[in-house]
Design a protein around this ligand. Structure first.
Ligand SMILES: [Zn+2]
Length: 267
């Protein structure tokens, strides 16, 4: 059975959260400018030296205040130069860079097992492994949840994976086998946008009917592609084709887009 795959375009909107969990930028003193600069340099060098000896006593907050770069959890992937197409769900208004998750933070994922097929954990673990491998983003499956409120998530919620029908998730109506997307926030009301959490919802009836293990997995992988920021392409060699194309795993274009999504800066 071929079922259509698609994302939730309506979710592709900016939430007007101001602070994004970060302290406001420190005020600069107006004068003397040279004195301020040398003070910052000295402080950074001093802390770096101590840091090398006893890294555990300095919280990440110290990094932020000094303006040094937070560290990625996994290495960025080389962006493959295959012939395939890819697109992004959203890009930064000023630079055109894709909107993605912070590669310096773990993306937590929780599964609601109510109505899920018996192989749900394996499906999600495989999708996480493949998407992490392609992006260099680190996921953690934190367990199960009773939460089903995918339309009103808070930014601290883990990504929600669940199986539902069209009564609960109207976007599953017809031959739609899954929906996926993420909520984005922008720092300071006008800064770079970033995904903070999201959801993947699979069609319960479709998973009762489908026998092909490859297609069962491909639909979850496709929705994880949306989750981290990939949009649809017309190229049928790519898993992010609207109907899944000929592919049952990420193609060259998908992998290039995923690598680019995972290579964005941590700020
Ligand atoms: Zn899709």
């Amino acid at each position: 059975m071929e079922r259509r795959l698609r994302e939730l375009d309506w979710l592709d909107q900016t939430y007007g959260m101001g602070a994004y969990g970060q302290p406001p930028p420190p005020r600069r003193r107006s004068s003397p400018a040279s004195g301020v600069v040398s003070l910052v340099v000295v402080a950074a060098v001093t802390v770096s030296a101590v840091f090398a000896i006893q890294p555990q006593i300095f919280p990440d907050r110290v990094h932020d205040l000094l303006g040094t770069t937070p560290e990625r959890l996994l290495p960025a992937r080389d962006i493959p130069s295959g012939p395939g197409d890819y697109s992004f769900m959203a890009t930064q208004a000023d630079t055109g860079e894709p909107v993605g998750y912070n590669p310096c933070e773990v993306i937590e994922v929780a599964i609601n097992p109510d109505g899920a097929p018996g192989d749900h954990q394996e499906l999600v673990e495989t999708a996480i492994a493949r998407t992490s491998e392609a992006t260099g983003l680190q996921f953690e499956l934190v367990g199960t949840t009773e939460d089903r409120e995918f339309e009103s998530m808070s930014m601290d919620d883990p990504v929600l994976v669940m199986w539902a029908d069209e009564t609960e998730a109207p976007d599953l109506e017809g031959d739609i086998a899954g929906v996926g997307g993420s909520y984005r926030v922008s720092a300071y009301g006008g800064g770079r946008e970033r995904y903070v959490t999201g959801f993947v919802i699979l069609d319960r009836d479709a998973y009762e009917d489908m026998r092909s293990g490859d297609i069962r997995q491909a639909i979850v992988d496709h929705e994880f592609g949306h989750l981290v920021g990939l949009g649809h392409v017309d190229d049928p060699r790519q898993l992010m084709h609207e109907r899944g194309g000929f592919a049952t795993s990420y193609g060259d274009g998908d992998l290039a887009g995923l690598a680019e999504l995972g290579a964005i800066g941590c700020r």
